[in-house]
Design a protein around this ligand. Structure first.
Ligand code: NAP
Length: 300
């Protein structure tokens, strides 16, 4: 349990509602900032304006997946309040206060460091990344269906990258009956692709491999799908780029060639916000309990 643990949840979208629900279920003291327009009244959580929160009593701050922007502003879908997280606010918190965010940026790194507070980037964790790959794959399947006039079954699909997302994408499209090949650069990844019953190819052969591809799904956050590779693709082919912005595709060239190419960030939050929220909520509540246990607080 999280009895006596004070968590400030600052901003966020529908995913954060699952986090709030979980924190209340575990009996945490929950202060909400950026939720004043939310109809749902959470019994056991109190809505505040940022300046009203007693940060000197706060054990953990939970930010939305993107954290802050580069000016420190926190996204607040359920409020018009402009919420800026500053170093001074962090310095007010208890010394052991941790800041939980999905991802980070230079601003958030800088203020947490100078305030001497630990920043935890949840999306760097393997467990969250692997769970999140499930709604990501479902989103990718949805987009492919929406943007093609042929079935996934029997189509030639190239997946680039065999990380946490790439592995789930490759396996799922294989199960749907596509002829899947996977491009990677590490020999152990190529071996794993073979073991999965799919066709491996080394990324150095990408241009040659693209000539018969109907659908290319990129998961590599590096410019791999170059103009050279796209020039070899059939004109009817579709590129779904799952990698974080700016993706790994030469979108300018794809458009010039008339090949549909889409950068598709944030699919879990779009196709399954409830599941995406639960994924974060489950891991976060576990981490908060571990923190409280280390401090010798109530976790019975
Ligand atoms: P990951 O586990 O780190 O996998 C990344 C893959 O890219 C690995 O196979 C890695 O291979 C490869 N790679 C990285 N840099 C490379 C380079 N320079 N050349 C060749 N290969 C390279 O990451 P992940 O969790 O699968 O996530 C993949 C991307 O999807 C990330 O950008 C993530 O932010 C994004 N994502 C998007 C969504 C969405 O909704 N669109 C959802 C979740 C994640 P090596 O091991 O050889 O480095």
């Amino acid at each position: 349990m999280l009895t006596d643990v004070h968590v400030a949840v600052i901003g966020g979208d529908a995913r954060q509602l699952e986090v709030i629900r979980k924190l209340i279920e575990f009996d945490a003291k929950v202060s909400l900032v950026g939720f004043d327009q939310l109809d749902h009244g959470f019994t056991g959580a109190t809505k505040y304006q940022l300046h009203e929160v007693a940060f000197e009593d706060v054990d953990a701050i939970v930010l939305p997946v993107p954290g802050t922007n580069l000016e420190g502003q926190v996204e607040t879908i359920f409020s018009n309040e402009k919420v800026i997280l500053t170093e001074d606010i962090l310095k007010e918190t208890k010394e052991h206060c941790k800041i939980y965010s999905g991802i980070s940026n230079d601003y958030l790194n800088a203020i947490t460091k100078s305030a001497g507070r630990e920043l935890v980037q949840l999306f760097e964790r393997d467990d969250i990344a692997i769970y999140n790959s499930i709604p990501t794959v479902e989103g990718a399947i949805m987009l492919v269906i929406q943007h093609t006039d042929f079935t996934i079954h029997n189509s030639n699909v190239a997946v680039l990258g065999l990380g946490r997302v790439g592995m789930s994408v490759a396996r799922s499209f294989g199960v749907l009956g596509a002829k899947v090949k996977v491009g990677a650069r590490r020999s152990e990844h190529l071996a794993r692709v073979s073991e999965m019953g799919l066709t491996p190819f080394h990324l150095s052969n990408l241009e040659t491999e693209m000539s018969n591809v109907d659908i290319c799904i990129n998961t590599i956050p590096y410019p791999v799908l170059t103009a050279g590779a796209i020039s070899k693709m059939p004109s009817h082919s579709l590129i779904i780029d799952l990698a974080s912005k700016p993706g790994g595709t030469d979108f300018r060239y794809a458009e010039k060639r008339g090949i549909k190419a889409m950068l598709t960030p944030g699919l879990p939050g779009i196709v399954a916000p409830k599941t995406a929220g639960k994924i974060v909520a489950n891991v976060l509540s576990q981490l908060l309990m571990e923190d409280a246990q280390k401090r010798g607080e109530s976790t019975s």
